[in-house]
Design a protein around this ligand. Structure first.
Ligand code: AQP
Length: 326
């Protein structure tokens, strides 16, 4: 039997190159080897204010992005989180398993609540990691391919699963993270101290998957650099390290080939070649994005939800039975 992977992205904002290189690219690479389940986590989106009409549209658009990124619905299960109510139901059980102190240590809550202030943040934003744990545990997931920013949430998922299994008997598989060596932590083009992010107010920091060639070029030309002139993978020079990492991932070259390619060249030439490589990399994806109509997407999502539900309902029934709820 194949091992199982589960992952998801939120239908919020515009997906960026960080989401692609840190997550989607790996999902595609793993879908042949693993029984793959990819979710559009729209319940997570509600942790921050959303416009209902936009959210509905973005949810369908994200399905389109999954397919354009080459996730194959014949191989992988693709579905919308809210179409499988077991996610919300298992969340309650896991919230009763989690401890306040554990959730308070989550750095993403600290980051995301900074803007509006902790007091004004939704309780959903605070408890979001339990929903993520439910997403993963419902499917007896072996491996979770995510970017570096989700590592802490995954550790919590493991802790919750272990605690539940200890208290109520073997129920959940303990999932392992799959965090790629390169690309798991793509930084903002404007401030390499921050990750490339959908919610960054400075749009120049992110290359969005639907940016046209001209916009991509301009953003890369305006990207901050470090002092010095060398173009190499020196971690003490985070801006160049980040740009070179992007170059490596979109060209498929080795580190050594990348460094050799830019030996003796200046930042201007480097940025020009990088922009060209990114544009070329995204071109097939961007051409495919309009290939799926809404009827086709809805059919794929309906089939995916039915399949997901057939697994999730069994896991939830087991958890309910073990806890004495049913
Ligand atoms: N900068 C990044 N580099 C590598 N991987 C990243 N991911 C996110 N940012 C980077 C990975 O993309 C997947 C889907 O992310 P998400 O939709 O759950 O959103 P997020 O992790 O909250 O980060 P975003 O996309 O930047 O959104 P905001 O601005 O809302 O925080 C995940 O596997 C994530 O690790």
């Amino acid at each position: 039997m194949k091992k199982r992977i589960f992952s998801g992205a939120q239908p919020t904002g515009r997906l960026h190159l960080g989401n692609y290189l840190g997550a989607l690219k790996n999902w595609v690479a793993l879908q042949d080897e693993y029984d793959s389940i990819f979710c559009i986590v729209n319940l997570h989106a509600l942790t921050l204010p959303q416009n209902p009409k936009t959210l509905r549209q973005k949810t369908l658009d994200l399905a389109r992005i999954y397919l354009a990124a080459s996730i194959d619905p014949e191989k992988a299960t693709i579905f919308i989180q809210a179409d499988v109510p077991e996610h919300a139901e298992l969340t309650w059980i896991l919230l009763c398993t989690a401890r306040m102190g554990e959730l308070e240590r989550m750095t993403q809550f600290k980051d995301k609540s900074q803007k509006g202030g902790r007091e004004r943040s939704s309780v959903g934003l605070f408890t979001y990691p339990a929903l993520m744990a439910a997403d993963i545990l419902l499917y007896h997931t072996d491996l979770v391919p995510v970017g570096q920013d989700q590592k802490q949430h995954l550790e919590l998922t493991r802790d919750l699963a272990e605690r539940f299994n200890r208290d109520f008997g073997e129920t959940f598989v303990i999932p392992e993270p799959y965090i790629p060596k390169s690309g798991a932590n793509i930084r903002s083009l404007q401030d390499p101290a921050k990750k490339m992010s959908k919610s960054d107010e400075n749009e120049a920091g992110a290359i969005f998957l639907d940016d046209d060639a001209d916009t991509i070029s301009k953003k890369i030309k305006r990207a901050v650099t470090d002092s010095g002139t060398e173009i190499n993978f020196d971690e003490t020079r985070p801006a160049i390290h980040n740009l070179l990492t992007i170059y490596q991932l979109v060209t498929g070259k080795t580190e050594q080939e990348c460094v050799e390619n830019f030996a003796g060249k200046g930042y201007g030439q480097f940025k020009g070649e990088l922009a060209e490589a990114v544009v070329e990399y995204l071109r097939p994806f961007q051409e495919r994005i309009s290939a799926y109509d809404d009827a086709e997407l809805n059919r794929i999502l309906r089939t995916g939800a039915e399949k997901a539900r057939s697994i999730a309902s069994v896991t939830l029934a087991d958890a309910y039975q073990k806890t004495g709820i049913r």
